[in-house]
Design a protein around this ligand. Structure first.
Ligand SMILES: [Zn+2]
Ligand SMILES: [Zn+2]
Length: 126
């Protein structure tokens, strides 16, 4: 009985070692596979990086980034500041203003700088 238990422990230890070895081997193989894969696609990456560094491509990327950053001004100019309706920079929202309405309560709306100033001036004036 006692011997049997010891045998079991021994087998268990061996299995753990085997498992550790197997895991290490899997790790090595995965690592190698990843290295191989990277090596194989590296030329494509280099070509892509090289292309992305060309000035004309950089210009396109920059313009796309700027376009993505653009936020429309959601000021309701004719209501919010009727005296300065023409100042709005429609795609130049830079700050978030408060818009209060009975329907939706207080919501943050993107506003361009001139609109924000015009609204503030109007509020200040009364
Ligand atoms: Zn406005
Ligand atoms: Zn505006």
């Amino acid at each position: 009985m006692g011997l049997c238990q010891w045998d079991n422990v021994d087998v268990g230890d061996e299995k753990d070692t085997e498992l550790a070895d197997a895991l290490a081997e899997v790790g090595r193989r995965v690592g190698q596979a990843v290295t191989d894969a990277v090596e194989r696609i590296r030329p494509a990456f280099d070509a892509l990086a090289e292309m992305a560094n060309r000035p004309e491509v950089r210009a396109v990327i920059q313009r796309a980034e700027q376009a993505l950053r653009l936020r429309p001004c959601l000021c309701y100019c004719s209501k919010a500041h009727p005296a300065d309706r023409g100042v709005c920079e429609v795609f130049g929202a830079v700050i978030t203003g408060q818009y209060s309405s009975d329907l939706v309560g207080d919501v943050g709306v993107p506003l361009c700088a001139p609109c924000a100033a015009a609204r503030a001036a109007r509020e200040f004036a009364g």
